[in-house]
Ligand binder design. Structure first.
Ligand code: R5P
Length: 294
C-alpha cells in the first residue's frame, strides 16, 4: 500500500503514512494562470494499492478536480486499486432533489470519481449515510465523534452534557455521551430552504449549571451553533463548547460563535484550520489496516 498525499490534506496524509509505516507519494500541484488545476505524482504506484488522501472542503470544486486528476494519474501508472480517503465529502448534502429542477449533486460527484479510476471511497461523518448509496463502488463512512469526545474528556470535561443541535444529529450526541459519561439531548432546528435562516426550539432537558458540548457534523456559517448557544445560555448552562468533525467555518464564523458565548470550538483535521485540534489519522489508519488484512 502507498499513500498519495493530496494537496488538500498534506499533514493528515503524511501522518497516516507515518503511522502505517508505508511510503508516502507526494503530489506536485499548481494552478495555471487561467485557473485550471495541474497535478503530477512525485513517485511510483505501479502494481501498488494506492490510497489517495484528499479532503474536498473549500474550495470544493478545485479539490474535487485535483482528486479526480490524481486518480487518473495513478490509474495511468497502473495502480492495482485506487482508494480515495475523502474526510469531508463535498456535495454530500445534496443527496436528493429537494426542490424541482435540482440535481442529485453527490451522484454526479460519485460518477466523476468512478470515471477517474477510483474504486473505493472512505469518508468521515458524511451528513447522511444514505448519500453513499449513490456511489457505484464501495463507499464507507467512519465516525470521528469518539475521538472528539475523548479530547473533551482529556481536557477535564468528563460528565459534560452532549447536545445535538437538531434531531438528525442525535446519534452524534449519543456516541459522545458514551465516552463522556454524562447526559445527552437535542434541540429542534428548522432551516428555511430558500433563505438559509435557522430557527430553534428547546427540548425537554435540564442543563442548568452544567457544562454543555454541542456536537455537530459540520460547522459552516456557524448559524446553527450560535442559535443553540443562545438557548443554552438562557437555560443556564455553566459553559458552552462546540465540537464538529468538519470545521468549515466560513468567513468570520469562529469569531461570531465566540461572541455568542461559546468558549472553544474543536474540530478535526478533516478541514485543516485553527480549530483542527483532533486528528483523524488513527481512525483512518485503523480502517486501512482492516482493508490490508482483507
Ligand atoms: C445540518 O443539518 C448540519 O448538520 C449542520 O448543522 C449545518 O451544516 C451547520 O451549518 P451552519 O454552521 O451554516 O449553521
Amino acid at each position: 500500500m502507498k499513500i498519495i498525499v493530496g494537496p488538500a490534506s498534506k499533514e493528515l496524509g503524511a501522518r497516516v503514512a507515518e503511522l502505517l509505516n508505508v511510503e508516502a507519494v507526494s503530489v506536485f500541484a499548481k494552478t495555471f494562470p487561467d485557473g485550471e488545476s495541474y497535478i503530477r505524482l512525485d513517485g511510483n504506484v505501479e502494481n501498488d494499492e494506492a490510497v489517495i488522501i484528499q479532503t474536498t472542503s473549500p474550495p470544493q470544486d478545485t479539490r474535487l478536480i485535483q482528486l479526480a486528476l490524481i486518480a487518473d494519474a495513478a490509474k495511468r501508472n497502473n495502480a492495482k486499486q485506487i482508494t480515495a480517503v475523502v474526510p469531508y465529502l463535498a456535495y454530500a448534502r445534496q443527496d436528493k432533489v429537494f426542490l424541482k429542477g435540482e440535481p442529485v449533486s453527490v451522484e454526479t460527484v460519485a460518477k466523476m470519481l468512478q470515471a477517474a479510476g477510483i474504486t473505493r471511497l472512505i469518508t468521515v461523518n458524511v451528513h447522511q449515510e444514505k448519500a453513499l448509496q449513490r456511489f457505484p463502488f464501495p463507499a464507507k463512512n467512519l465516525s470521528a465523534i469518539s475521538l472528539l469526545a475523548e479530547h473533551f474528556k482529556r481536557i477535564g470535561l468528563k460528565g459534560a452534557f452532549a447536545l445535538a443541535p437538531d434531531i438528525g444529529a442525535t446519534y452524534i450526541a449519543e456516541q459522545a455521551k458514551i465516552i463522556l459519561g454524562g447526559e445527552c439531548g437535542y434541540l429542534e432546528k428548522h432551516r428555511d430552504r430558500y433563505t438559509g435562516q435557522v430557527s430553534m426550539k428547546k427540548g425537554s432537558f435540564n442543563v442548568k449549571g452544567k457544562p454543555v458540548i454541542i456536537f455537530d457534523d459540520i460547522i459552516s456559517t456557524g448559524g446553527t451553533i450560535i442559535a443553540a448557544s443562545k438557548i443554552l445560555n438562557e437555560l443556564g448552562a455553566s459553559e458552552v463548547y462546540a465540537a464538529c468533525v468538519h470545521p468549515i467555518l466560513v468567513g468570520e464564523a469562529e469569531k461570531h460563535i465566540h461572541e455568542a458565548g461559546v468558549k472553544e470550538v474543536v474540530g478535526t483535521d478533516s478541514v485543516p484550520c485553527s480549530a483542527s485540534k483532533v486528528s483523524l489519522a488513527p481512525l483512518i489508519c485503523a480502517e486501512l489496516k482492516e482493508l490490508q488484512r482483507g
